[in-house]
Ligand binder design. Sequence first.
Ligand code: AHM
Ligand code: MG
Length: 340
Amino acid sequence: MNTETPGGPKFMTLERHIIEGEREHEGATGSFSSLLHNLSLAAKLIWREVTKAGLVNILGKTDRMNISGDVIKKLDEFADQTIYKAMDHGGDLCVMASEENEDILQIPDDYPHGRYVLIYDPLDGSGNIDANVTIGTIFSVYARVTESGMGTIEDVLQPGHRQVAAGYLLFGSSMMFVYCTGHGVHGFTLDPSVGEFILSHENIRIPKRGSIYSVNEGNFDRWNPNTQRYIRWLKEEDQATGRPYSQRYIGSLVADVHRTMLYGGIYCYPGDTRNPNGKLRLMYENNPLAFIIENAGGAASDGRRRILDIKPTSLHQRVSLYIGSREDVRTAEEFLAGMR
Ligand code: AHM
Ligand code: MG
């Protein structure tokens, strides 16, 4: 999409971008656009709460645990419920799944059931909330595989390459809505004075190789020797290959991957002796971010397979993640295969 006009750059809002994208698809019904529109409303509602978090004592832990055993904080619940409520009535979805819920989430009987499936991590990096560090929401959209009526687990458990869209919201020093429908990755920044997302990062491309690695190195002793050798290699001095790499780790996956996409390099969450498949969830975290990074020219792997080719077996399945610049991910795979 060209944003230049004789009078200067177009004023490209998210709304306009979505509608212009829809016009490029013959036979589009508007359902997909309405889905993205409702998500952008949820984004603003969550951002409003996030900015007030320290003021209204919304923080603090509830005694409920999520399916992965983490204590859920109240802001997670708010984000979870807000997304569900913003999306349940539009007639665009047949089923949803949220990282905070054990089972799939049905659309209420009294609302129409649509063609799409929404999978989301309502508030990723929530361990960072109390420290006012960037957190985010990750989402993934598929077309249903069943014919009609209520969606099923079969509609949800599709491999990542079948995503029709993915994106994330970033609650940082500004609020961003980044999304991809398979035609480039585009980032919009919220202008709070008018309440609109404005195109700020058009067609993001990740560098082929970077000089930053991002991993929780506190787990070093739990990694297998190949993983350890790879991380050690990144830290060795060698001017010819641009090493040592710098290390950055926010501890919010969505923020670490966003930085990796803009600056290049690699984010890793390897399997270890405690979590053989790592910590991150295929459906809620790895697949949507892999779809985005691949569309930005990067790569995402579990160490030996392309993330988007993995056939999911369960809703909360965990998979190791190596994501970022194409050449960095290839180097990681070579180390993990014992080739280097
Ligand atoms: P969550 O906050 O949705 O539970 O996601 C898991 C988070 C990721 O955002 C982050 O990258 C990772 O857990 C950090 O884990 P660790 O503390 O083991 O480094
Ligand atoms: Mg998460």
